[in-house]
Structure formats: C-alpha cells, structure tokens
Design a protein around this ligand. Structure first.
Ligand SMILES: [Zn+2]
Length: 1001
C-alpha cells in the first residue's frame, strides 16, 4: 500500500516498467505488456495532478484526527507472525510494518470495517473476520485486547452508519440483483429468508404472509436494520442464500425481470413455500440430528448452514441439553455470535409454520375410511339415520378425490379437487354422525362425509384445503370451518377465495390476502330479493353476487352468524375496531353527547317500552341502529345500556365465578393490595371484556367529572352500576366499592397516564360544546376534534386542534400532521375530509374552505378527518389530459326517497359548463332535472344500505336530497369525480399538500 500523497512523480522505464518516486524511496513496477504499463502511468499521473490541485490536508492515508475518532497502537499479527502498527480511522483499519513507515506513505493493507466481525479469542488474542480473509491478532496484554476489541466494535457500528442501508448491503456484488428475478438494485428484503428483493418480488413475498416471508424496505424501515441484521445480509448475500433456495431451478422455470404476475407468484411460491428448488440438508428428515447440527452451527460462523437447517426442519426451539442455555438462540448469544442470534430471532415465529408446511407436503395425498350417505341423490341437508351411511374407502391423490366401495376396487365416484368449490367442516352434531364435512362441486352437487372422531375430519379437511386453495391463502389461514371460492366483484376475474375460521374471514383478492374480523364489519347487507351480500369493512368493500348453487346458502348463514349477534356473550357481539361491543359504544357516545349535563343521568328511569324496543333493535343488528332524539330520550338510552350490561350472557366480568373474585378483592384491607388484585383480575378477562370495562369506566369518570352539573358523583354512579356489572341484586356493598374504586383509580388500574386522561376529558368537553351547537363567534378561537387516519387503524386517533375562525383546510392538514409528527413525502397527498356520521361517505374539502364553517354546519352532523388522498394523483392526471372539462355518459342512478328504496335506473348524465343534467332515460331522451354544480355537495361513496351494484359510487346532495350515481369501474369514478371538482372550484383543485409546499417555498 503506497499513499499517492507521498509520491512526487511517476517515471516510465523502458517498455514494461515504471517507477514511483517519493522523498525517501523509489518503487519499481513491471507490467505484463506495454499497453498495460502505459495505462498505469497515465492513470497515476492523472491521480497525482489531481492531488496537487486539491487543497486537502497533507495526511498520507486518511483524514487523521480531522474528522473523527481514531485509535492506534502495536499489535502482533499471527500469520505471518509479524509486529504491526495499527491505526483505526473512519471505516477502515490500517496495518503498517511500523509507525515510521506510515509517515513514509507505505503500509501493509487496510481492512474495511463495514464487512468485519470482531471476536474475542483466548487470553491476548482476537480475530477480525471479513468475507475475504480472517486476521488474527495478539495484543500486548489481556486488558489491551479488551480495549482493542471494544474500539474495533465501535468502529464497525460507526462505519455501518456512514452509509445508508442500501449502500451497505449492495457492497456485496450479488446483493445488487433481486434474488428472485435479478432486477437491479433491489430495495427490499425478506429478513427471515435472507434475500434482497425488487419491489415486484417483494409484493409477492408479502402476499405469502408474514409467517412465510417478513418483507422490509431497505429505505423505509430503517429501524429494522440493526448492525447485526446488516451483517447477516453481508455475510450471506443473495448468491450464498440462493445456493440454498435456488440450487435446482430448471432453466424453464427461472424467473426473469419482466415476468408477469402469475409467473412470479408461481415461481416464488415454488421456491420458498413448496421448497421445490432448495438444496435439502443431508440430514433432512432426521429430526434429532438436525437439531444437534443447529446447536453446533449457531456457535460457528456459518450462517448459510443455519439458514439451511432452519428451513429443512431443524427445530428452532429444540433443547440444547445445556441448562443455562436451553435454546439455540441463547447458545448463539452465549458464544458471542450476534449475527447468528439475529438470524434465529428473525425466524423465531416463522420457522414453525415452515416446518408444518414441509411436513404437509406428504398430506397432499391422503387415504382412509369415511362414512357417506349411500344414496347421493337425496340432498345432504335432509335428515338421515346412521343406517343410511355406508363405509367408503376415500383417496385424495394427484388432484383427484375418489371414494370406493372397498379397498381400491369398485370405484363409486370421484371429483377433481379443482372442481371442488367449497369445503365445510360442520360443527359437531349437525348430522347424525358427530363429525362431518361437506364438499360442493362446481356443477352444484353436495357430498356429505362423516367420521367417528374429530381428528379424522380435521386431517381430511387439511389435506383437501391444501389441494384446493392457492398457497398464498393456505399459508395464512390455518384450520378453517369453511373455505372455497365465490364470485365477487373485487377478486381477480371476478373470483375471490374465502376461508372462514371463527370470526376471521381471510379473502384472497387479486394477489393479496385480506383479513376481515366479521364482528368488526361496518355493515353487512344481505339483499332480500336475491341474497347477494355486501360486506363493508375498514379496508374496503366486497360485493358477492348471489349464486343458486347449494354451497352459497351455507356461506350466507356462516357469515351472518359470525358477524356478531346480540344474544351472545360480549366477545361474540358486533364490535368496534377497539374491541368494544357496538351496542355499548353507541350508547356511550349518545350519552356523552347528550347526557353528560343531564341531572341524574343513569339514575333516572327511562320509559320501559322504549328501552325494550331499543334493546331489541340492538340485538337484531346493532350496526344498523339509528334513532333520533325525539324517539328516545337520553335516559332511555342510558337505561338501555344498563339493561344490556345487566342481561348480556356472562356479563362484563365474564361469569359469576369471576365476579366473586372481584368481590373478594374488594374485601381486602390494604388499598394497594386491592388495586393490585383488580389489575390482576382485569388482565385475566377476555380482550373484549377488558376493553368494555375500560371504556365504561372512562365514561363514568367523565360523568362524575361533571357532577356539579349532573349530580352524579362517584358514589351515586357506583350504586347504580354495582348491580349492573355484577348482575346481582345490589345487596352486596362490595360490588359498589369495586365500581367506585375503578372510577377513582382509573389511571392506575387501566394503565392510562394522567395526561392522556386529561386529553380525553378535553375531547369530551369539546364534543359537548359542539353538540350544544354553540356556533363560535367569528373572532374567537375554538377547539375542535379532528380524526387522523394514518397507516394503521390503531394509529388513527383523534387530535384536539385550536382553530381560528379563518383557518382553512390546508392549514388544518398541516397542523394535524405536525401534531402527529407525520412528515409528508412527495408521493403522499393529505387532505381534509368531511365525514358524515355513518362513515360511508366523505367529501374532500377544498383547500381554501373554512374549517369551522364545515365543522359547525347546522344542517349535517359531520366530523373531520385527515387522511391520505388516494385519488388525487389520478384526478390531476386525468384533468391534465383534458382540453375542455366536461363529461357525459350513462350511469346507474338511484334517487333516494326512503331509507330502503334502491331502484337503480340507467340514465344519461351530462356535466357541461356549470350544470349537471340528468336525462329521463338513455342518450337523446329529454332532460329531467338539472342543478348548478356549485350548489351540489359531492361525496365519495354511498350508503351501503342501498346495496350498490359496484363499489364506485358518487353521492350528490342538493337541499338535503341525495342522488346516487353508480360508476362501473374505478376509472369512470375518477373521471366523474374529477369533472365535478374541477367545475366546482373552477379548476383550482390542487391537493392541500401541494398548496402547502408552495406556500412554504
Ligand atoms: Zn425481483
């Protein structure tokens, strides 16, 4: 290593040689041929002249002490055994023969610390491992060694932070290509499978589910990328990882950059889920040997071996046989193998499911005896005796399910698994055989099979569902009660794959699996006339058209049952996103808005018949209940809540046995002991009961907070709610004590900070003011509540904002984002929306609209929401292409006169100039109505009760009368919306964020 900074000149010598002259020494070099020699001389001369012109410091090798920390001293190198003088600077460790040579500009080598791993050795020794070589050193003493190791480690992590994650990982050449399709500069990674991926492949990986592939971005998920994880990827790299994952890819099945989505999914599923191309470990199939090999490998430097073992069946939680370090992970940590430990950690929750998938490969063929009704012509729903069933030998093999009269001869029937559209595992006792399942085929036939034990049915269901379902779904859904495919508007080619297990519905649409908790649906509409279903949940809408084949009725029943029902315990009720029963949530909200200031709230009686009526409606379908203050007084609602809690199966405290434990706790002498017991009992409740108790207590806290107005002190409230929560006659005073102490110690028992409580009390007060409809005077500042919808629902919180009378929507957006510490990027456009109370319709506010005017609008009960604007880029793009703004075409239109009218007629619609015209029928028919566009309010969406034929609806409201326009597809929706906006605001429809940016700049 010669520093060019000490070289004065380069001199050619003859055809092949050249010299470098420094002050003290001359170095002679010889090239292979003249051309090469000339190249060298030329390059060196250029470098020297560049150096002369630079005003950089005179240091020979590094910017010593000028930029950062350095550490230096003598060490002994083990092989060859020589003394070296070592200097650490920035991201490199430099080795010199001695201190003197460094000043002469001559050194031995430098080691890139970004790729290095430091390991303690015995006594005075330690090693530095890099992908190309291992260096072993001896320090002068043990304490010296410790000092060296510490500062080398510090240097490693410091040097990693100099580069972004991308730059660090791409230093390994094979990491510059997607491990699956070879696209260049991949910016994504599967951190458990240890491969870097392009965006497209990452998308497919994500669709396989977290338990198969944990996908993270190199750029966006910075916090994931610890030094250890980076080291795993540097030491393995795509090339090494692929020697395992892709050892046997036949050329015909390899994946290229331009592969289509289907091929990509196929390849990636085969590669990682089915393990079709991987190089199986020689010990594959021998569990004990695999496990002990894993224990050995985690103490070594061989990450590839660990990856291989983990994905060939070694048990990540196996016993090491060492009591102090019982798991491979603890063993890796003990041995100081932090990268190994990281690799294990990333696979902790995934390896199990991998194992089961590997084992399941054998399940794809499955045989055994089952009982089947002997006459298949009768419908399977018809009651049968055990005598009607006959034993059949059944076989699932090569994609065909067959049944035989006896062992493999005398075939009675068969169906291809691709023709099975539904598998239903019945709850025990549905038929005369205790355990049964049903199969339905494409052509509309149903088959019933029974067995004496649950295990047999479970194994069959597993085998059949594996053969039926796309792997992307099978790998996430787990054991199911009912699964199969249904027609649905949003799926690919109009087909969606559905799996129902408990309350959870997994749906595979296009290439992504959606997980829907049916209890948390925003609405579920079953059409009376044809039975088609519309499911609306936070993530979107599903339209399932009716199907006359027999499997469909079963789907309807199951989905309806699992969407929560009123006569069940709390956890089986319809729920909000926060796991609170909808009935409780609605009642609490109503009382919060209308009853906090009402004297004697919760103590005063309501009208009994009203309470019975309202409770009946909640039982029936809590989500769809709406009422006006004229029908039910706030006392009616308060008493409905009390009666609901008093009567609900098992109560809030989950059964009388549990309730007794609470009473016992209340009898304890010591207060802190009581609080401790309450916390304990609370944490043992089911999630839904915990959440319910929490919101209820919070609510009661707010009520007594205003006891000056409503006269309901803690004491009064607890006398009312004691018997309600404990579902008893109220004679036990301990019940009252529990409620009072819950309210009193709300923060400590429910783990809520005082400031959080204060914030919530503020929100309540503001909500109160709003619903007193005190319109703010034009000069003052008001507090308003604005909801924010971030990426995840839990993050979508309410924010309290101080708003001046003239604050515009764009200023509110900026304020709210600041408040939530969201830094908008160039791709995200955030807007403020007006949300109508039923949440299904929203309207993007114009950036210049005055927020307070909208918020305190006397006509509509509305809320404000700030969220990303998913349509604005498409809208701007569309308008950019149009010369004249205007649009016409036929849409399905529905005028809503009553709640349940839903007649859609195709009508010709016309938007031109500043007028919207609705024709009587199709084009050329006379114009029936027309409105000035600027007088319309234009909302996205529609009321789900209308059972819209497609999810792309636009609602026009003029003088409180709504008209619904239904577009056939998203493009059409965007075009109409764009045209409306553009006309309403004279083309000035820049999204809030862009306006903000231009304001700032
Ligand atoms: Zn790729």
């Amino acid at each position: 290593m010669i520093s060019l900074r000490c070289v004065d000149k380069v001199v050619g010598v003859g055809d092949l040689k050249f010299q470098l002259h420094s002050q003290k020494r001359t170095f002679l070099f010889r090239a292979d041929n003249t051309e090469e020699k000339n190249d060298w001389v030329c390059c060196l001369e250029k470098a020297l002249s560049d150096n002369k012109n630079s005003i950089e410091s005179r240091n020979l090798f590094f910017k010593r002490r000028s930029v950062d920390f350095s550490f230096e001293g003598s060490l002994e190198l083990m092989s060859p055994r020589i003394k070296v003088y070592t200097i650490m600077s920035r991201d490199k460790l430099y080795l010199f023969k001695d201190c003197e040579e460094q000043f002469q500009g001559v050194g031995i080598t430098d080691i890139d610390m970004r790729l290095a791993l430091v390991k303690d050795g015995e006594k005075r020794s330690f090693t530095l491992t890099t992908p190309y070589r291992t260096f072993s050193f001896l320090a002068e003493s043990e304490s010296e060694r410790q000092r060296w190791c510490d500062s080398l480690n510090e240097c490693v992590s410091r040097s990693l932070s100099y580069d972004g994650v991308c730059e660090s990982l791409w230093r390994v050449a094979s990491n510059q290509q997607c491990a699956d399709c070879s696209a260049s500069m991949p910016e994504w990674a599967s951190i458990n499978l240890c491969v870097l991926l392009c965006e497209k492949c990452a998308g497919v990986h994500r669709s396989l589910g977290q338990n198969v592939s944990k996908v993270r971005s190199l750029k966006l998920d910075e916090r994931v990328w610890t030094d250890d994880l980076i080291r795993v990827f540097l030491q393995l790299g795509n090339a090494k990882a692929n020697t395992f994952w892709g050892a046997n890819i036949p050329p015909s099945e390899s994946l290229c950059v331009n592969a289509n989505d289907e091929h990509r999914l196929q390849h990636i599923t085969a590669k990682y889920v089915q393990g079709k191309y991987r190089k199986y470990h020689t010990l594959y199939g021998h569990q004990e040997e695999l496990d002990s090999a894993l224990c050995k490998a985690v103490q070594s430097a061989d990450l590839l071996e660990i990856l291989t073992l983990l994905h060939c069946g070694a048990d990540i939680k196996c016993h090491t046989g060492i009591p102090e370090f019982p798991t491979p992970l603890s063993l890796a940590k003990r041995s100081g193998q932090s990268a190994q430990a990281e690799l294990l950690t990333q696979n902790l929750n995934t390896a199990e499911s991998f194992e089961s998938v590997l084992k399941d490969v054998s399940i794809q063929s499955h045989c055994g005896y089952l009982f089947k009704p002997s006459s298949s012509s009768r419908p399977i729903t018809e009651h049968k005796n055990k005598a009607d069933f006959a034993q059949r030998w059944c076989c699932l093999e090569g994609g065909v399910f067959s049944y035989y009269k006896n062992d493999h001869s005398n075939k009675r029937g068969s169906m291809k698994t691709s023709e099975i559209i539904c598998l239903s595992v019945n709850s025990p006792g549905k038929h005369v055989y205790e355990h049964t399942f049903e199969l339905y085929t494409d052509e509309g036939r149903g088959y019933l099979f029974g067995a004496d034990d649950a295990n047999t049915v479970r194994n069959w269901s597993k085998a059949i569902s594996m053969a039926m379902l796309p792997p992307a779904l099978f790998n996430v859904c787990g054991p199911c009660d009912r699964l199969g495919r249904l027609r649905c508007v949003e799926g690919s080619h109009g087909i969606g794959w559905f799996c129902l297990s408990g309350f959870i519905l997994h749906v595979l649409l296009e290439n992504t699996v959606q997980t829907i908790d049916l209890r948390k649906l925003l609405s579920l509409t079953l059409s009376d006339s044809d039975g088609s279903m519309v499911l609306v949940w936070r993530g979107g809408t599903l339209h399932v058209p009716t199907d006359r084949r027999p499997h469909f009725v079963g789907w309807q029943t199951c989905i309806q049952q699992k969407s929560g029902s009123g006569d069940q315990p709390l956890s089986h009720q319809q729920l909000t996103e926060l796991d609170v029963p909808v009935t409780v949530d609605r009642c609490l909200n109503h009382v919060t808005r209308h009853g906090l200031l009402s004297p004697g709230i919760y103590r005063k009686n309501g009208v009994n018949s009203h309470i019975t009526e309202l409770l009946k409606r909640f039982h029936n379908d809590a989500r769809s209940v709406s009422w006006s203050e004229l029908d039910f007084s706030v006392d009616d609602v308060a008493n409905t809540l009390k009666r609901f809690l008093r009567e609900v199966k098992d109560g809030v405290l989950n059964g009388q046995d549990n309730a007794k434990s609470w009473l016992n706790a209340a009898g304890l002498e010591d207060k802190s002991e009581r609080i401790y017991q309450y916390q304990n009992l609370l944490s043992n409740l089911p999630i839904v009961n915990q959440a319910t108790l929490k919101v209820l207590t919070h609510h009661l806290h707010s009520v007594q907070h205003l006891s000056n107005e409503n006269q309901m002190t803690k004491k009064n409230l607890s006398i009312v709610f004691g018997p309600t929560l404990f579902q008893n006659d109220g004679k036990d005073v301990k019940a009252t004590r529990v409620v009072e102490e819950l309210i009193q110690n709300y923060c400590s028992i429910f783990n809520v900070s005082e400031s959080e409580l204060q914030r919530q009390l503020n929100l309540t007060t503001v909500a109160l003011n709003k619903h007193k409809s005190e319109r703010p005077s034009s000069k003052t500042t008001s507090s308003i509540i604005c909801a924010v919808y971030l990426e995840r629902i839990e993050e979508g919180l309410e924010v309290l904002v101080q708003v001046g009378a003239n604050m515009t929507a764009v200023e509110l957006v900026s304020e709210v984002l600041d408040h939530k510490e969201v830094k908008p990027t160039n791709e995200d456009f955030w807007s403020c929306y007006e949300i109508l109370e039923n949440v299904e319709m929203d309207r993007m506010l114009h950036y210049s609209e005055k927020v307070l005017t909208v918020y305190f609008s006397p006509v509509l009960k509305c809320n404000l929401l700030v969220k990303k604007n998913q349509y604005i880029s498409s809208i701007l793009k569309y308008l950019g292409m149009m010369e004249n703004v205007g649009k016409s075409g036929t849409l399905r239109v529905c005028e809503v006169k009553t709640e349940r009218s839903k007649n859609y007629c195709s009508r010709y619609c016309e938007l031109s100039g500043t007028t919207f015209r609705l024709h009587k029928g199709l084009q050329n028919s006379p114009c029936e109505r027309e409105w000035p566009v600027k007088e319309l309010k234009v909302y996205n969406g529609y009321r789900s009760k209308l059972n819209s034929p497609t999810p792309w609806g636009i609602t026009l409201v003029h003088e409180k009368r709504p008209w619904y326009l239904c577009c056939d597809n998203e493009d059409e929706f965007i075009e109409w919306t764009a045209t409306f906006y553009s006309i309403q605001y004279d083309g000035d429809i820049w999204p809030s964020l862009l306006v903000m940016q231009s304001h700032n700049s």
